[in-house]
Design a protein around this ligand. Structure first.
Ligand SMILES: Cc1ncc(COP(=O)(O)O)c(C=O)c1O
Length: 464
């Protein structure tokens, strides 16, 4: 790294510590923190302030599906900015958003044929929840407002979307619309009761759902919101048949099924949308973001069923307004980038992601030979390495030891960025990753976890 570049990094680090408020800060360091500075990226790699070239193991945050520095997307950004950089979606439309809506509708399951664009995932989920409320108000069902969500879920940082979130750590110091939420158990097979079969576990979860509907009354419940795979909860894949059973209960009780595909859509599981392709379910609404532009521009949205929209159009209240929209709804640049991103996915990247997936899991699964690793699980190009203190009881390593952060630190020294989640490490590389790069990633993870095991033993924290 040149001295000039090193100075630039130093200055940016200071600027961040002096002036930048980072997302999800702790009170003790809010507004006074600098995080690892990245300078550039190329394909699956990013370069950092220490001059290191790192494999971007989490693809940013489930974002960079086509990889960094993709010229086609970069050109699309510039060309659209030179054509029409912005238009007010209140009074006008633009061509890229109209075309993108059509192409997304072509990929969406069932009668999900209309798209409302937002600025990201939280605003997509927020829009879906506010739509569900509006839908019931127009139908004269003003009491039908509660939302079913689950422990372990993550849906965003706006007030309503955050109220769905299920991680205790994020709930302690913030306010939420808790009286609107019905919170159910996390469908985590790894943490099911010992000696319970997967089928029995699924039946228990479905019975819990049915009981919640009975106790609260279907007339009070607007929607269920769920990620097909709980991503930030640790790549939690519910038992087979779970979603189908829940879909059936929702349909029978006039409860909207909202699939939050902010992570799973646009290639992560090898398909544009995963709900039907991977879980055999047609939702009423699907939310998406992240991979829709591979993170090159902030864009999200919801795809809505024709049934809901035509119901509204035919209602007794044609003047009732869905008073919800964003200055950057249908942003022409975001939509132009998303169109090129979709071209790349359709051309061969979806197929490639499906092809490379078994190799990715074969390599990740090998990490289970390490004593600290309780389970490696995943689907598509999503994997989670869950560490445990004790393989028998599945007890996580004491949370204050932040095992994931320790592993990440070692892996960064070796050339890999990891997404640490308390005692877990989440891996979701760009879909363009090659076999050789997967080998390197798996090798680094093996060494990084081994070094962490050594440290934990030396510090007397773990004796496994
Ligand atoms: C499933 C899911 N929904 C919603 C969100 C919120 O998206 P954003 O951070 O773009 O607002 C996330 C973010 O990670 C997510 O994983």
């Amino acid at each position: 790294m040149s001295a000039n570049q090193a100075n630039l990094y130093k200055k940016s680090t200071q600027d961040a510590a002096d002036h930048l408020v980072q997302p999800w800060p702790s009170a003790g360091s809010i507004g006074a923190e600098s995080r690892g500075m990245l300078g550039s990226g190329e394909g699956v790699y990013v370069h950092d302030e220490k001059g290191r070239k790192l494999i971007d193991g989490p693809a940013g945050m489930w974002c960079t599906n086509v990889g960094h520095r993709n010229e086609i997307l970069a050109d699309a950004l510039k060309e659209q900015a030179m054509e029409l950089s912005y238009n007010s979606p209140w009074y006008t439309s633009n061509e890229p958003s109209a075309e993108l809506a059509r192409r997304i509708a072509e990929h969406a399951p069932g009668d999900l044929n209309h798209v409302f664009f937002t600025t990201g995932g939280s605003t997509a989920v927020e829009s879906a929840l506010r739509f569900a409320q509006f839908y019931n108000n127009v139908r004269g069902l003003e009491g039908k407002k509660k939302i079913i969500c689950r422990d372990g879920g993550y849906h965003g940082s706006t007030y309503l979307s955050a109220s769905l979130n299920g991680s205790q750590r994020s709930r302690n110091w913030m306010d939420f619309a808790d009286d609107m939420m019905i919170r159910l158990s996390c469908p985590d097979p790894f943490r099911r009761p010992k000696d319970m079969s997967l089928e029995a576990f699924r039946d228990q979860l479905v019975a819990e759902f049915a009981e919640a509907v009975r106790v609260n009354g279907a007339e009070n419940i607007a929607a269920f919101v769920g990620e097909p795979i709980m991503a930030s909860g640790g790549v939690i894949i519910p038992p087979e048949g779970y979603f189908k059973a829940i879909r059936d209960i929702c349909s029978a009780n006039d409860i909207l099924f909202i699939a939050d595909e902010v992570v799973t859509a646009f290639g992560r599981l090898g398909h544009v949308f995963a709900s039907e392709a991977c879980f055999d379910v047609v939702p009423d609404i699907i939310t998406f973001a992240k991979g829709v532009t591979s993170g090159y521009f902030p864009l999200g949205g919801m795809v809505v069923s024709d049934r809901l929209l035509s119901g509204l159009r035919a209602s007794n209240h044609p003047e009732a307004m869905y008073a919800h929209g964003l200055t950057y709804s249908s942003h022409p640049i975001g939509c132009a980038v998303a169109l090129k991103n979709l071209d790349i996915l359709e051309d061969n990247l979806l197929e490639y992601a499906r092809e490379i997936t078994p190799y990715f899991h074969e390599k990740m699964k090998m990490l289970e030979e390490l004593e600290l690793v309780g389970e490696v699980r995943g689907m598509g190009l999503m994997a989670c390495i869950e560490c445990v203190a004790d393989r028998e009881s599945h007890n996580p390593i004491r949370l204050d030891t932040e095992v994931g952060v320790r592993i990440d630190r070692h892996c960064q020294e070796l050339g890999l960025l990891v997404r640490p989640l308390v005692h877990m490490c989440v891996m979701s590389p760009p879909l363009v990753i090659t076999r050789d790069q997967i080998d390197t990633m798996a090798g680094i993870l093996h060494e990084g976890i081994s070094r962490t095991m050594r440290d934990l033993r030396q510090e007397g924290i773990w004796q496994g």
